[in-house]
Design a protein. Structure first.
Length: 287
């Protein structure tokens, strides 16, 4: 089958409607990402960088390369290129206040508190959760704290694992928290201190694929992800998250998101906060 060439007189590859449809179907089938027509220029810009890096002559050649790579690494690189990883420390601070004031008191009798940050992006969210819990429970925290941070982007996870951020990114935080939980790591950079990094585990996870975690959680953060999915994929995601949420556990979503019109088994608590019905277990472990 012939491929569409760049437009006459253009020195750069052009993302044709057929190319865009190919990438759109692939992103939806593999990752649940819903790329509407309005995303055409965004896809062209982000994948255009991949073409230049790999010296690919056209978008269609890059698409064929992704399909032909049986290792799956090119597919991961594709989603890395298309993913938006905009976040910051203590984003949507009302959630962290609710965690400290409302959720945490009901968990103090446990030997350990498990929290899942899905997706965790470049790590600011799970480290913000850790700071919130440490501030409430003391150092070392009692109960113990373990946070799982997952994301589909290997690039974002690499940043999260290092825990190194620009000094500018922590300036909105109170100076006392910056001094307590970050240390200088180089020119204009800081690193999350070891006591926080040691309680956060990072792993790559595609949330629209079957999830097989060894435990359930009393708290799941899944914020600002559903906005990229259509209703069918949102329903699939919610079923997955609910199965990983212990009875009585809380799901926190983004304030720009809503479960309205999406089938789910969760109870509304307040804007962007939902709860699974039933009594909370004592250890949060899957039976």
């Amino acid at each position: 089958m012939s491929r569409e060439a760049p437009l006459a007189g253009s020195s750069h590859p052009v993302l044709t409607p057929r190319d865009f449809d190919n990438f759109r179907r692939l992103a939806y089938d593999k990752f649940g990402l819903n790329l509407t027509d309005s995303k055409h220029e965004l896809v062209a810009a982000r994948l255009g960088k991949k073409l230049r890096e790999m010296k690919m002559p056209s978008y269609s050649a890059y698409y064929d390369h992704v399909l032909a790579d049986r290792t799956g690494e090119s597919l991961v690189a594709l989603i890395d290129a298309l993913s938006t990883n905009h976040t910051f420390f203590l984003r949507e601070v009302a959630h962290f206040d609710f965690l400290r004031k409302t959720i945490l008191p009901g968990l103090l009798s446990r030997p350990r508190i498990d929290v899942w940050s899905a997706p965790c992006s470049t790590g600011e969210e799970p480290y913000s959760i850790a700071i919130t819990l440490f501030e409430a429970l003391g150092l070392p925290p009692r109960p113990e704290v373990h946070i799982l941070g997952t994301d589909i982007s290997t690039k974002a996870l690499a940043t999260a694992k290092k825990g190194i951020y620009s000094s500018q990114s922590v300036r909105p935080l109170p100076a006392s928290l910056v001094h307590k939980y970050f240390e200088n790591s180089g020119p204009a950079t800081v690193q999350v201190r070891p006591q926080l990094r040691h309680i956060v585990e990072f792993a790559r996870l595609n949330l629209i694929e079957p999830i097989a975690l060894k435990r359930t959680f009393p708290i799941i953060f899944c914020r600002n992800l559903m906005i990229y999915f259509d209703k069918a994929t949102q329903a699939t995601l919610l079923r997955q998250l609910t199965s990983c949420l212990e009875p009585g556990g809380y799901l926190l979503i983004g304030h720009s998101e809503s479960l309205m019109g999406v089938s789910n088994d969760l109870q509304y608590v307040q804007p962007a906060i939902y709860r699974r019905s039933g009594a909370s277990g004592s250890a949060g472990l899957r039976k």
